[in-house]
Design a protein around this ligand. Sequence first.
Ligand code: HEM
Length: 399
Amino acid sequence: MTDTTPAEPAARPIPTERRCPFDPPEEVGRLRAEQPISRLAYPDGAQGWLVTEYATARRLLADSRFSSRLELQHSPIRTPEPEPTPPGMFIFMDPPEHTRYRKLLTGQFTLRRMRQLEPRIAEFAEGLLDEMERHGAPADLVRHFALPLPSLVICELLGIPSEQREFFQHYTAEMVRPDLSPEQSAEIDRVVFGFLGELVARKRAAPTDDILSGLLVEDELSDDEAMGMVTILLVAGHETTANMLGLGTFALLEHPEQLAALRADPGLIDGAVEELLRYLSIVQYEINRTALEDVELDGQLIRAGEPVTVSLPGANRDPARFDRPDELDVTASQARQHLAFGHGVHQCLGQQLARAEMRIGYAALVRRFPGLRLEVAREDVPMRTDRGIYGVHQLPISW
Ligand code: HEM
């Protein structure tokens, strides 16, 4: 008897080639139209699945049969050595372990703290733009504004004293430099994590009014657990917000009618932030899960142990969910329930803070630099195509 089962489509590496700096790779759109859960080949040799459709992505991210544990994870762009989840790094844990740490940190992101932070964010933004103005055009918006703003906000969250902020800012900017060798990268990590270790020890000995001190006072966290949580704040809160500020500005400059609308009516800023989050979906390759048991997801059998990667850029451009998915429209934002901050138990814990940084950051930039323009051709802006977090390495601007 001949076997009539159709051959399973071959697993392919994750699509990374983008034609337009703001759109997902075309291949992602094609896959979504043809097979919303498609075979994916990981660089470590594993075979799993890529989800490109909005509804499927939401269902998967809310399903506790898929794990976030680091030791089970495969990355579509890297071949890391399998390693156990470090203490406190709850982004790589499943409930109930995850729940304890997440609750602890949520308890520190109080309304009072967020209210206190907003005027500080505005001060930081104005101060950085003053410096950029003094430096004069042309300037790199990433170096002068997009990278240091979230770094200063993290200094504030962690209660890093002002005399150490320059050091912290310098090294957090070094961490995301595009040209580092693995040795240089390891050395920078050693300096930053050494600094954070000392900070934990100091806050334990003499707590102040900040999130880190609050965490140490509230619960019996070991130093390693506290370090894990601080590391997540830095890793999850810096590169992401910096790239939204950089790439978001690039997108506005390339959509002059949208920039003009925002300039004419600053009240559009909240919707503009949501629309930019949806349109750009910078977390491009980092949403990885592993099936803990056999799961049938939208008609596709995913076997226990198989990795799944969710394409947030794919989901947030799904025409089945958004009427004009490929249009950036800050005047009538269609971004409600976008997935740029993820979904389910791991949904971004810093999203209100990130929104405040973007709202305040874009608004200050647009207000202060009416002649803002790109200093190079659009094709010459160096893009972070191969990084887990998409964005721009540099954004040369004039005004
Ligand atoms: C988790 C996006 C800014 C803290 C996440 C996740 C996404 C995300 C997609 C989910 C990861 C997953 O499901 O595996 C973003 C974007 C940001 C941003 C696009 C900026 C525009 C921030 C900021 C902070 C932060 C400013 C805090 C300082 C966190 C934490 C988690 C997280 C702690 C882990 C939550 C958990 O595992 O329960 N973020 N994030 N993020 N984010 Fe953000």
